[in-house]
Design a protein around this ligand. Structure first.
Ligand SMILES: *Cc1c(COP(=O)(O)O)cnc(C)c1O
Length: 427
């Protein structure tokens, strides 16, 4: 088993484990369905009496192998793939919240998450309070209500690059009897394993570093198995009372530590269907095989770029937790001693318009709605990903209107810096 493998080995060896005569490389099970020999065999699968494949909307062997690899990387007990990071975060919350419930989220989160939690889920009767991740314990605890079911935050926030004090957040969540859910997209389990610091559930947009090549949109949810649903029976009826849509199964009793992912698969995925295609899962697996090689290079290059920008006279400010003068340097050292991620943000003197003019002059760094892949890319959140937000909301989310999000790739750092140099010279 994987228990003793180090991350590099997990990236390569975990997941697909071929038996005698089976393909060495993870096959793409490009099949919607799976054949059985008699009606009773299939019936047992529908009753969750036996494990097995019957329809790809619920489970597929290619996807399961890749989910197992991500689960091993995070040190969890069970995991699942989703069609996108958005679906992963939605399911992670919806699996334990229903209409009338409430949860708490760091205000420093991805714009799509902010919309999903603050607007779309509200229409389903699930409300979210956003809190400043740097607020005191008392201020955050004041947001808890009797119907609060989860605390959610990002390890390193996109795009504001706030580093979360995971241990502190885990303490707050557990004092109120709810799980801490961490979106670990930017750090990846190569740089941070939130379960080691008390987080209960981790989500990913695998679209970013895990895929690493900007090929496929995807997501993942991993459960540590540590949260005791039964001990908080009244808060989580979905896991601790009979599921009428599954002949009265009580997930937490029947599946123990696997209950959360079992429910998310058998109930939420069954009914909402945001599956990852097996072909995308196959591509994701290739990305995962080199994640441990790419992350250190992303961090090394990002640090060089951040130091270069910091010294440049036209640069107003640089935000990268790998810089000693960064507000989050100490937290980054604690939680990510080997590096944070390849994403930097900065602003130019002269503000928003100068920043936009500079971006248009970049040649190697491409303007794309993407982040965290092998190729250096750049985006202006206030004009692009976060353009639906008001200036106040932008500031609250830690996104200054002049903020340029610069995602440092794994090219030669000197070439990336030369591109910045020529664009800065022209503004
Ligand atoms: C991109 C991103 C998401 C959303 O993921 P998609 O795969 O684009 O749906 C969620 N969280 C974070 C931190 C992200 O960067």
């Amino acid at each position: 088993m994987s228990a003793n493998y180090r991350p590099e080995t997990i990236c390569i060896q975990e997941g697909w484990k071929p038996a005698k005569g089976e393909p060495r490389v993870l096959p793409i099970y490009q099949s919607t369905t799976f054949k059985y020999e008699n009606s009773d065999q299939m019936g047992k699968l529908f009753d969750l009496e036996e494990a097995g494949y019957f329809y790809t909307r619920l489970q597929n062997p290619t996807n399961d192998a890749v989910a197992a690899k991500i689960t091993a990387l995070e040190g969890g007990v069970a995991g699942m793939l989703t069609s996108s990071g958005q679906a992963a975060n939605y399911y992670a919350i919806f699996n334990i919240c229903e209409a009338g419930d409430h949860f708490i989220c760091s205000s420093a989160v991805y714009g799509g998450t902010f919309n999903l939690f603050g607007t779309t889920m509200k229409k389903q009767g699930i409300s979210c309070t956003f809190i400043n991740p740097d607020a005191s314990d008392e201020e955050i605890e004041a947001a808890f209500l009797p119907n609060t079911k989860a605390l959610f935050a990002e390890t390193i926030s996109n795009p504001s690059l706030v580093v979360l004090d995971i241990e502190r957040f885990a303490g707050i969540a557990h004092r109120h009897g709810v799980p801490l859910i961490i979106d670990n997209t930017f750090a990846t389990p190569i740089n941070c394993r939130p379960f080691a610091w008390g987080a209960d559930i981790v989500t990913h947009s695998t679209t970013k570093y895990m895929d690493g090549h900007a090929m496929s949109v995807g997501g993942a949810i991993v459960d540590s198995g540590n949260f005791d649903w039964i001990a908080h029976r009244d808060k989580f009826p979905g896991l601790t009372t009979p599921d009428e849509s599954y002949h009265g199964i009580v997930y937490a009793e029947k599946f123990g530590k696997l209950a959360y992912i079992q429910k998310a698969t058998a109930q939420i995925m069954r009914d909402l269907g945001s599956i990852q295609s097996p072909h995308n899962a196959f591509l994701l697996n290739i990305g995962l095989e080199t994640l441990h090689l790419r992350m250190p290079r992303h961090c090394e290059n990002a640090e060089k770029v951040a130091r270069y920008l910091q010294e440049h006279e036209k640069v107003a400010w640089v935000n990268y937790a790998g810089l000693e003068n960064n507000k989050y340097y100490q937290l980054a050292q604690k939680y990510m001693p080997n590096g944070t991620c390849g994403v930097i943000s900065f602003g130019l003197k002269g503000g928003r318009d100068v920043s936009v003019g500079f971006m248009d002059r970049l040649q190697l760094a491409a303007i794309v709605t993407h982040v965290a892949d092998a190729r250096t890319c750049v985006l202006h959140p206030a004009s692009h990903t976060h353009r639906q937000m008001t200036d106040e909301q932008l500031i609250e989310a830690g996104v200054r209107p002049d903020l340029i999000r610069f995602s440092v790739g794994i090219e030669n750092a000197e070439d990336i810096i030369a591109d910045l140099e020529q664009a800065l010279a022209a503004v």
